[in-house]
Design a protein around this ligand. Sequence first.
Ligand code: KIV
Ligand code: NA
Length: 275
Amino acid sequence: MKNTVVTFINSKKKGQKLSMLTAYDYTMAKIIDGTEINGILVGDSLGMVTLGYDSTLAVTVEDMIHHGRAVVRGVKNTLVVVDMPFMSYHNTLAEAVDNAGRIIKQTQAHAVKVEGGREILDKVKGLIKAQIPVMGHLGLTPQSLNIMGGFKVQGKSEEAAKKIIEDAKLLEEAGVFAIVLECIPEKLADLVSKSISIPTIGIGSGGGCDGQILVYQDMLNMDEDFKPKFVKTFADAGLVIKEGIKKYTDQVRDGEFPAAEHTFTMKDEVLEKLY
Ligand code: KIV
Ligand code: NA
């Protein structure tokens, strides 16, 4: 089935949960697209999981375009959303529209995602006016790392929880097609999900959300040093990859690889002329 922003909204009406993962390159996008998944996010988490930064703040529009294009080339049926990076939509509306336009034009992705509520509402409206579908992102918004004082669960106080509920309604009114809820208490995520008619996509926000998203390296256990509470290991790809690489090195060292079946031949009469 072809996934679009319209099928996303309809899924919530039908009570069908949405499944999303991140991807940052062609090979992984092709693997993910070959499953029954609904959406791929080219997250600015790429700064951390593929570029090795300790936050998402250094990621550029060019980085997002570079990786976004690679992902779109691997996709047939999956909705592709590309994150707008830090400072690419925070200044003027004109800059926000220009950056989102470049991302969509150059990647051919279907939508962009921006972090925040009331603070960026004018930008969200401007992008949608320019016919660019927008996904929202509330709760733990990693681009606000230095304001939040770390990667911490958000929305625990009455004031913070009310702000998240109000922001979700504001984003819905502005026309976003879905909202990521990151690391907020389960009961608050339930309440937000019931308060709006567009789907909520949760990460670390419990089962009441209309869909879920995870960073693929996390759910495939590809970094043994990173294991947050909200991540479940669905396959130990980290171990499988390591075992495969060890086997390869062993076989290279003891001459078992490459074998005859992996090598190319040439005619003897040609070979004789070389001696
Ligand atoms: O960048 C990212 O991967 C994200 C998801 C965690 C929602 O924003
Ligand atoms: Na992100």
